[in-house]
Design a protein around this ligand. Structure first.
Ligand code: AMP
Ligand code: GLY
Length: 424
């Protein structure tokens, strides 16, 4: 079989790496891919937003299975287009992606079906937003969110009236996130520990993946602005068996079955961002895709054939086979460009990759390109240095030993990934 992976990040490199190992697969393509995916797949120079060109390519190459990494092509309806052309594709349809593409849809869906989440109000004008804030029902801090997709940046946590007013102006008046901020959510601030819970859904049932913990802030100890994720470990140290069962029965299964009832059959990866509060787990947000960098650590623990799992979701029987995971502790440390998550420079030469790979760590590239025999930086998160060992301490030692050998101008990373006091 031939497979096509859509996207260009570390998550896509990890998926391509695993899929290329499947005995069922004869060829893997990655569109557009990165400097690392070329080692396990053939990169195809088609942007992940060019749905028609991707579908034409899949038809021409007779691709048997397409897997979509990022949310943007999903929100543009890539799954609907491929299915219309009779192509097999893993991911939710445009109607199902509404769970991520509209935060207001997601909140109202949870409210309709009593899926645990924080209290909220919707405002469609700055005047209404100010009136809701002035009424004080949420107190401070309060959370303001642009409704639409904003590359993970449309969430503002406001500690006082001035910050809330500035957030309303930024999102609704100055349109900092464009049309995504036409309507906003005003939300209760939830306290607790944050966990990612990721499953593969087949429209009616869901198969949970091994647990992971993401480290979201740019600096150690939970300091600095949020990023897409500066590192991850699997398993998560904070989810026990009881919570796991509670999350499946109160959040994941109701989400999948109610979506089906609402005519939005959910097939694909479903990522619930949760807060473990004193009142139990509550949903912060849904993502309609695998996590990045969570996937990198999960792929190092998956013993089964990933292709079987993806095909089971597409053919709507995700629980048909036993899935095996190893019992190792996996980790991933992200090397980022100077300035990330703010503006950053690209096109820096990356040194030491061969040396790093000799330590036994696995390198999943993200923002890299390969030019004239050299790897150069090409994004904010440049690569994930990963490993899986019987104990987490051994894993992290192996990873940081490899990290020491890699360098590029401005490179920064967190030194506390996997430390229990790291917070996120
Ligand atoms: P989201 O994109 O909705 O996950 O929000 C980004 C981050 O903001 C989350 O990972 C949380 O750390 C934080 N956040 C979002 N919503 C809330 C909330 N209601 N209470 C507390 N923190 C939140
Ligand atoms: N690591 C966070 C995400 O994938 O959304």
């Amino acid at each position: 079989m031939k497979a096509l992976i859509v996207g260009s990040g570390g998550r896509e490199h990890a998926m391509a790496w695993k899929i290329a190992k499947s005995p069922q697969i004869s060829k893997v393509f990655c569109a557009p891919g990165n400097g690392g995916t070329r080692l396990v797949a053939e990169n195809v120079p088609i942007e992940d937003t060019n749905i028609a060109a991707l579908a034409d390519f899949a038809v021409k190459e007779a691709i048997d299975l397409t897997v979509v990494g990022p949310e943007i092509p999903l929100s543009l309806g890539i799954v609907d287009e491929f299915e219309k052309r009779g192509l097999r594709i893993f991911g939710p349809s445009k109607k199902a992606v509404e769970l991520e593409a509209s935060k207001i849809f997601a909140k109202q869906f949870m409210e309709r079906h009593r899926i645990p989440t924080g209290r909220f109000r919707v405002a469609d004008s700055p005047e209404l937003a100010r009136a809701i804030l002035a009424a004080g029902e949420f107190g401070f801090p309060v959370v303001l969110k642009a409704d639409g997709l904003a590359a993970g940046k449309g969430v503002l946590i406001c500690r006082n009236e001035e910050e809330a007013e500035a957030a309303v102006t930024a999102i609704m008046v100055n349109k900092q996130f464009g049309d995504a901020g036409g309507r906003i959510l005003i939300e209760e601030f939830l306290q607790g520990r944050e966990v990612s819970f990721i499953v593969i859904a087949d429209g009616a049932k869901a198969l949970p993946l091994v647990t992971t913990m993401d480290h979201k802030t740019v600096f150690a100890g939970g300091r600095g602005p949020n990023t897409g994720g500066m590192g991850a470990i699997s398993p998560s140290p904070y989810l026990n068996r009881k919570m796991y069962a509670q999350i499946m029965s109160t959040i994941i299964l109701p989400t999948v079955t109610r979506m089906l009832e609402e005519g939005r059959k959910y097939k694909g990866a479903l990522y619930a961002g949760l807060m473990l509060t004193d009142d139990g787990p509550k949903v912060l947000e849904y993502n309609c895709r695998f996590g990045d960098p969570e996937t990198q650590s999960q792929m190092l623990r998956l013993e089964s054939d990933f292709v079987d799992l993806l095909m089971a979701a597409v053919s709507e029987d995700v629980l048909a086979d036993e899935v095996t995971w190893n019992r190792k502790a996996a980790g991933c440390v992200i090397l980022a460009s100077g300035g990330y998550p703010g503006p950053y420079e690209k096109d820096k030469t990356i040194q030491g990759l061969e040396d790093a790979a000799r330590t036994g760590a696995v390198l999943f590239h993200a923002g890299t390109k390969f030019e004239n025999g050299h790897y150069r930086t090409n994004g904010g998160r440049v690569m994930g240095v990963c490993a899986a060992e019987p104990r987490l301490s051994e894993t992290m030692t192996r990873i940081y030993r490899a990290v020491e050998r890699i360098s590029f101008e401005g490179m920064h990373f967190r030194r506390d990934i996997g430390a229990l006091e790291a917070e996120t």
